[in-house]
Design a protein around this ligand. Structure first.
Ligand SMILES: NC(=O)C1=CN([C@@H]2O[C@H](COP(=O)(O)OP(=O)(O)OC[C@H]3O[C@@H](n4cnc5c(N)ncnc54)[C@H](O)[C@@H]3O)[C@@H](O)[C@H]2O)[C@H](O)CC1
Ligand SMILES: [K+]
Length: 559
């Protein structure tokens, strides 16, 4: 499923209309009908307590199709009649429903007017609530305005008549779509506040009004939708928080625009799903094991991590690499710690890094780590390293003198940040996979901006950094972003808030390293690693009974 910016959507719309010759009014008709169908689905769910999806003939006396009065309510369709009504637009007791349609002056408003027509057709009551004078509508939206007026649809204009939201059963938000700029103004802001304060269920057309469709930032005010019917292509703002929360349940509905136009009109950003892993990333999840494989087949990971106060970080990473399926894993740690961890994970090999008996990395030469890396396939470093004298030089030496795939996390990212905003590029393009796994705070140091600014446009910042610095970047957080040097990006859909627990990132580092060791390339290992990490966390939370009690080790056990 492609994810687009507002500008990208506009370009794809234009291509569809101008190049393919699909009339805009057809697209709008499809959009409005999709919105109406999702309103009816929501009504059915609230009537029947959950989306049973089954179709029931409406209890409305004479059956329009056959003219035959049917017996009781909810009579199954087809009993004695082979004439079916359109199930997508049918519901029981539609007359009990009265929806307020908040209409903006752009094409988003046009979608809302089409939806109103289809809801009336399905037997629901509607009232049009125009934010601007109806005369302000242009183009296709004006066509829909006139059709609604000719059909005698009740309409009020904000500011001219009072709008009493207590009288409606639900609200369609068709005020602002991808043409919105900045915080909602005037009547738009007033209607958004009134809709939110009404406590009525809101179905948003395309995006919640007040949402930045590109970044997921919510302006004040912003609609809090029960359902968002996203039209044609998923907007970036719906897959990053807080936008993802404001949207409620997001349903992407086709309206006749070919999805494959998306990457032709902007960057390729996709939701990370099983299908994308298999088809786009060619991760053959079923066959990571060849029958005639042996430990060497699946690679050897070296994890240089852990220090006196944070030895567990190294242990979690190294163990995670084994759990991810590599053949062998060596944990290099300060010499003073080694005796204390012998046997903790018998499957792990241990290597002592000179530490002057300090339990820290300050005396460990990069050369010693490089020597260890020569007989391993992948190097992961950062978790629990702590900071030490000349550590940025230490990391640069690893960066420049090993040709092994490299996973850099935690304190190693802070060392890289100290090399300046152009650190990776200044250190030189690496021939092997180079994967950075920052959380937003570490990303803020890499970019030299506040964490708030990073979070304001996670996809944009991650994609730009990966492309400019020539690395694969995993920007962790809710809906983790995986960005590649060639400009692709993937948004993870697995996991939950319980993963915000110490050590979860160390586990991810090990998983990614373990997958690299098995021959996956950087984007495969990063995407599949993030996906698996989230899935294991979901499974672990079920085993634990609640996400809040999740420990990083539980993720490992569930992997
Ligand atoms: N072929 C198509 O383009 C299709 C579009 N679809 C729907 O159309 C909207 C995008 O429509 P557009 O007219 O470009 O933008 P809006 O309806 O979002 O415009 C709102 C309107 O309001 C004004 N405005 C902008 N920002 C603000 C603000 N912060 N406060 C108040 N007013 C504001 C501005 O003048 C705009 O014109 C898209 O989302 C779809 O819903 C269909 O999907 C079919 C294909
Ligand atoms: K909207």
């Amino acid at each position: 499923m492609y994810i687009v910016t507002a500008e990208q959507m506009r370009a794809v719309d234009e291509h569809t209309i101008q190049q393919l010759g699909i009339p805009a009014v057809s697209l709008m008709e499809n959009a409005g009908r999709a919105i109406a169908e999702e309103v009816i689905r929501l009504c059915r769910e609230s009537q029947h307590g959950g989306s049973d999806g089954s179709y029931r003939r409406p209890d409305r006396g004479d059956d329009m199709e056959t003219g035959r009065a049917h017996t009781g309510p909810g009579e199954r369709v087809g009993s004695g009649s082979d004439i079916l009504a359109d199930p997508a637009l049918m519901m029981s007791h539609p007359g009990d429903q009265h929806w307020y349609m908040l209409i903006g002056k752009g094409n988003n408003g046009g979608d809302g007017l089409v939806a109103a027509r289809h809801l009336v057709e399905a037997g629901l009551g509607v009232t049009l609530v125009y934010a601007d004078a109806p005369e302000a509508l242009r183009g296709e939206a004006a066509v829909q305005r006139d059709a609604a007026a000719k059909l005698g649809m009740p309409a009020v204009v904000h500011g001219r008549e009072a709008v009493d939201f207590s009288r409606c059963t639900g609200i369609v938000d068709a005020l602002l779509g991808t043409g919105s700029r900045g915080a909602p103004r005037g009547a738009y802001a007033a209607l958004i506040r009134a809709a939110n304060d009404s406590g009525k269920p809101v179905v948003s057309a395309d995006v919640p009004s007040g949402l930045n469709a590109d970044t997921g930032e919510v302006y004040e005010p912003c609609i809090r939708a029960r359902v968002t019917v996203c039209l044609a292509l998923l907007k970036r703002g719906l897959v990053q928080y807080p936008g993802a929360a404001a949207a409620g349940r997001t349903v992407v509905r086709a309206i006749g625009i070919p999805a494959r136009l998306a990457p032709e009109h902007g960057p390729s950003v996709r939701l990370l799903t099983d299908e994308v892993l298999r088809d786009a990333l060619r991760v053959d999840t079923g066959r990571l094991r060849d029958p005639d494989g042996h430990k060497g087949t699946y690679g050897h990971v070296l994890v240089a991590a852990g220090s006196m106060p944070m030895s567990g970080a190294g242990l979690l990473s190294a163990k995670a690499a084994l759990r991810a399926g590599c053949g062998l894993a060596t944990w290099a740690l300060p010499a003073a710690l080694l005796p204390h961890v012998i046997g903790t994970v018998p499957e792990l090999m241990l290597a002592a890094a000179a530490d002057g008996n300090s339990g820290e990395w300050n005396a460990a030469s990069a050369a010693a780590v490089l020597r260890l890396a020569e007989s391993r396939d992948v190097l992961a470093t950062g978790p629990g390293l702590g900071r030490f004298q000349s550590d940025t030089d230490w990391l640069r030496s690893l960066w420049q003198h090993t040709d092994r795939p490299l996973v850099i996390d935690a304190d190693a990212l802070n060392m890289l940040a100290d090399a300046g905003p152009d650190g990776p590029r200044a250190w030189g393009q690496r021939s092997a996979a180079t994967i950075l796994t920052p959380h937003p705070g570490e990303m803020s140091r890499l970019l030299g901006m506040s964490t708030l600014e990073v979070q304001r446009d996670r996809i944009g910042h991650a994609a730009r950094y990966a492309r400019e610095q020539g690395v694969t970047l995993v920007l962790k957080g809710a809906r983790t972003v995986i960005a590649t040097p060639s400009g692709e990006a993937y948004i993870n859909t697995t996991g939950h808030a319980g993963m915000a627990t110490g050590g979860a990132g160390d586990v991810l580092t090990g998983i990614i390293a373990g997958l690299l060791a098995q021959g996956l390339n950087a984007e495969q290992a990063a995407a599949f690693g993030v996906y698996l990490h989230g899935q294991a966390s979901e499974r672990a939370a079920l085993l634990r009974g609640h996400p809040s009690s999740l420990l990083a080790g539980d993720i490992l056990d569930a992997l």
